[in-house]
Design a protein around this ligand. Structure first.
Ligand SMILES: [Fe+2]
Ligand SMILES: [Fe+2]
Length: 187
């Protein structure tokens, strides 16, 4: 497997962990129990920051080379750039919904739960589409030289939550996520 695809799949696993944690917090909220607001806030901020800065640029670089050099073999492929712009807009809208929740503004619980469900589903759907179609197509079509070129193009932006250069602003989310995973998944 190409190193770039290996990294992207690992990033998907981390994003999936966050979506699972968010899903759990929304289930708690749906049952009229107080969710962990730090986790909800942290995940929302992370989805506004990290994918656009670190994850999507790598996928866009792969997509550009595929489209530029192999347009004959990629006719059915979804436009990744457009998908990523849509995901960014979704994350902005989702933050507005979560701000309503965090500010205790009077809003129907079902509105928040519905918006969160759609956000989570769309993110998961996008990653599944990439893993089922985009990554395999890239691995099948691109040459070793093209992978080297892609690696050269990618500037390795730091992951503020899971990377080596983890940032303090996500420290609480990191800590809560690990605790939650220990309690609910490994127990
Ligand atoms: Fe993507
Ligand atoms: Fe992705």
């Amino acid at each position: 497997m190409s190193r770039v695809i290996e990294t992207l799949r690992e990033e998907h696993r981390n994003l999936a962990r966050l979506l699972d944690a968010l899903d759990h917090q929304i289930e708690v909220f749906a049952e009229a129990v107080r969710p962990d607001y730090d986790v909800v806030r942290g995940i929302t901020e992370y989805f506004l920051d990290y994918p656009d800065r670190c994850h999507h640029p790598k996928e866009n670089a792969v997509f550009e080379v595929l489209k530029d050099r192999h347009s004959d073999k990629t006719t059915g492929l979804v436009d990744m750039m457009r998908e990523h712009r849509t995901l960014h807009d979704d994350a902005v809208r989702f933050r507005e919904v979560i701000n309503v929740l965090l500010n205790d503004t009077d809003v129907a619980r079902s509105t928040i739960v519905g918006a969160a469900g759609r956000f989570i589903d769309d993110q998961r759907h996008h990653m599944r589409m990439e893993e089922d179609f985009f990554f395999p197509a890239a691995e099948r079509i691109l040459s070793l030289d093209e992978w080297s070129e892609i690696e050269f193009r990618i500037t390795d932006a730091r992951d503020p939550l899971f990377g080596d250069a983890d940032e303090d602003r996500f420290a609480r989310l990191r800590e809560r996520l690990l605790t939650w995973e220990r309690e609910f998944r490994i127990a």
